[in-house]
Design a protein around this ligand. Sequence first.
Ligand code: SF4
Length: 247
Amino acid sequence: MKQSTVEPDLIAANKLLQDLTAAERIRWAVETFGRHAILLSSMQSSASVLMHYFHSMELENEILFVDTGYHFRETLLLRDEFIRRYKLNIVTLYPELTPERQERKFEKKLYLFADGQKECCRLRKTVPFLSHMKQHGRKLAMVGLRRSEGGRRAKLSPLLQDPRTQGYTLHPIFEWTDKQIQMYLEEHDVPVHPLHRQNYPSIGCECCTTPVAPGEDPRAGRWRHLVTAGDEGPKYCNINCSDGSGI
Ligand code: SF4
């Protein structure tokens, strides 16, 4: 596998990547960055698609999964299913403190408070991810974010610089619709997070995720307990630099 320290020209790379297929974009990442190109997986449906691409392309690059300690049991079981079925190189990352030790240290459950949630997501998601990226010299993270999710993601470009890692984030399926995701998963019989079928279009930690009602925004179930009158509450955990304020 080629390993390169080449710094791609962002404008030229985006022009090239724009018209490629998802598989060609992933191949470009691996040929450009070798083992320093990784996939960051949330275990949601877009991640299932990308993990299946890693399987079908026989990639041994790392697939990073951050176990916050607050995940649904179904999320952890899905990770295990992908390892069992496809023998993927899934690496589970952990925060420095267990949930119990964090709660003792801060004398509260951080996620219950608007300012605490930001710190909780930072400590339990962003820090373990960035620490791994820096410690192992990883340069490009592939993520399953898509334009059709709307909000801050509506104008995603294929490739983005991530100043946090001095590297890049690649969105191999940035232009895919929900229908394309669904069709791919069905066609290839890929395991899907079971809560998606129970009105959870977006899934994070169990204590910060609820199902959505018909007609609600797909992300309305995230941090619903922090929504107050006149304030829609947090929408992103910011582990992805593409979501803006995590930079
Ligand atoms: S989603 Fe909730 S529990 Fe999970 S890391 Fe963020 S604030 Fe903490």
